[in-house]
Design a protein around this ligand. Structure first.
Ligand code: ZN
Length: 280
């Protein structure tokens, strides 16, 4: 499933096609949303925002299209009324004079008024967006101290969208590697400096992934690996999906555990249960 940085990049791409332009035509693939085609038509899109793993397309008449990509959702943008050759089901189309933004497969779509956003079952559970320009490390540290998260394993806390919105499995694995913590460590076990470092890495690595198109590895190292012929997918991560391969820092084979059916990748040497140990 795409994580916050991928959704934010998708939102940027959609914004390029439809932001500040009048929607000449709207199509909804689901019958219960059909009445909104007429209501939204002729209104300007003033923003396309990501909220965690959801996207809000905001219209000048105070309505918003909420969409969640789920596992299979896929946005396509291109020239007006240009449809890709796809067997996927078209769920939403927003056309203006020059461009079209098309959402395929995802069915979790709703039309909400501005004042309904805060009551939406998914949106109301979201913590601050990890890519927000307003979120600070102090705020993240404060949340790590919150009773709701303090005693829970970080492996679970990091992907809890109420903690901060936008982290998924690859970011969780990479953040824990960079901070030298094992997934089973709790915030309660960490020294204040370690929590500060964790908060910094949560924000920094997410931002890096957003600006680089998904690289969480050390940027120089990732570039060097690709110069030497590595594929992007093999160079972008420190540990994620690298089970059995040597850790870039210490050479120890990366291990794979599981949590809620998802693979958790870590270096057993660089990541320690003891949260006070210094990073090698
Ligand atoms: Zn290592």
């Amino acid at each position: 499933m795409p994580e916050g940085p991928e959704i934010r990049r998708a939102a940027d791409k959609i914004a390029k096609a439809i932001k500040d332009k009048t929607a000449k035509d709207i199509f909804f693939g689901q019958n219960h949303l059909k009445p909104f085609e007429k209501i939204l038509r002729g209104n300007k899109v003033w923003a396309v925002e990501s909220r965690g793993k959801a996207i809000l397309t905001r219209f000048s008449n105070g309505l918003n299209i909420y969409s969640h990509n789920q596992l299979y959702g896929c946005w396509h943008t291109g020239s007006a009324y240009e449809f890709p050759n796809s067997s996927r089901q078209l769920r939403l189309a927003i056309h203006n004079n020059t461009h079209s933004a098309l959402l395929y497969s995802a069915s979790d779509i709703a039309v909400l008024a501005d004042d309904e956003l805060q009551h939406h079952p998914f949106l109301q559970k979201l913590g601050p967006d990890v890519l927000s320009s307003e979120i600070t490390t102090d705020q993240v540290v404060e949340r790590l101290h919150h009773p709701k998260y303090h005693r829970r394993q970080l492996g679970g806390v990091l992907t809890d969208q109420s903690f901060v919105a936008g982290l998924g499995n690859y970011l969780r694995c990479e953040i824990l590697f960079v901070t030298g913590l094992l997934p089973k460590t709790t915030a309660r076990q960490c020294h204040p400096e370690k929590l500060m470092q964790l908060a910094e890495v949560i924000l920094k690595l997410s931002q890096q992934s957003y600006t680089t198109g998904g690289i969480t590895n050390n940027l120089k190292q990732a570039q060097q690996l690709m110069n030497e012929g590595a594929r992007f997918e093999d160079a972008r991560f420190y540990v994620f999906r690298r089970a059995g391969k040597p850790c870039y820092r210490c050479g120890t084979p990366i291990e794979r555990g599981t949590a809620n059916g998802q693979g958790l990748y870590f270096c057993p040497n660089c990541q320690r249960f003891s949260a006070t140990c210094s990073f090698p």
